[in-house]
Design a protein around this ligand. Structure first.
Ligand SMILES: C[S@@+](CC[C@H](N)C(=O)[O-])C[C@H]1O[C@@H](n2cnc3c(N)ncnc32)[C@H](O)[C@@H]1O
Length: 206
């Protein structure tokens, strides 16, 4: 498949990315809006969800990504593949995920994945990191009871920072997870595994 050329990183604090998306039109984007929903935050080219949607036709999959050309490309590919349980949205998850998810009923969001988000290594760039208090709050608010959040990264300090924010939430309970339980690996996960580097994972249940 051809790959669109995009900036490797964008600054989520730039005015262009501080926009408010339209609330998700769940009835329009999925053939059966009542299926359990899996949300992948920072879905990049969307290949993880593309394959998940193929192997799990009884779930809906929503990818959220800040780089718009990747969202357009991913939606074009899902249309070519005739997948009616998959959709991607252009959204700055740190600032406006709550607006996008506003229309979801309380029993639909079953799974949330946050996989290898940009670490923004330098201290002065820490504000650009994706997982913040408000993102955790939005995720937990919309997650249905027994819903799960799965997080993985290869960056140790970022793992501690993100896991710490989810551990602080009283509505979640951490469950031990030694490996990725999904049948598909993300592009980044495959690359890290190939280099034999460690991956830090955590899972939380509501
Ligand atoms: C390192 S990539 C990992 C992509 C994929 N999850 C994987 O594991 O292969 C992180 C992705 O998160 C996206 N991202 C970063 N900040 C974001 C934000 N505030 N909202 C939505 N997406 C964001 C980036 O554009 C990038 O595509």
């Amino acid at each position: 498949m051809p790959r669109v050329r995009v900036h490797q990183h964008v600054n989520p604090l730039a005015p262009f990315y501080r926009f408010t998306p339209q609330p998700l039109q769940i009835e329009r984007v999925f053939a059966d809006p009542n299926l359990p929903l899996h949300l992948d935050i920072g879905s990049a080219r969307g290949r993880f969800l593309l394959k998940m949607a193929m192997v799990e036709p009884n779930q809906n999959f929503l990818g959220v990504e800040i780089r718009e050309p990747l969202v357009e490309e991913a939606n074009r590919i899902k249309e070519e593949e005739n997948l009616t349980n998959l959709h991607y949205e252009f959204c700055n998850a740190t600032y406006s995920l709550h607006k996008l998810l506003e229309p979801l009923s309380s029993d639909v969001l079953q799974t949330v994945t946050i996989q290898f988000p940009d670490p923004w290594y330098k201290k002065k760039h820490a504000k650009r990191r994706m997982v913040k208090d408000n993102l955790v709050e939005t995720v937990v608010e919309h997650l249905r009871m027994t819903g799960k959040v799965f997080i993985q990264t290869d960056v140790d300090f970022l793992a501690e920072e993100m896991f710490g924010l989810f551990r602080e939430n009283a509505l979640l309970r951490e469950i031990e997870v030694a490996e990725n339980l999904f049948p598909i690996k993300t592009e980044r996960e495959a690359a890290v595994e190939e280099k034999g580097l460690p991956i830090y994972r955590a899972m939380f249940i509501k």
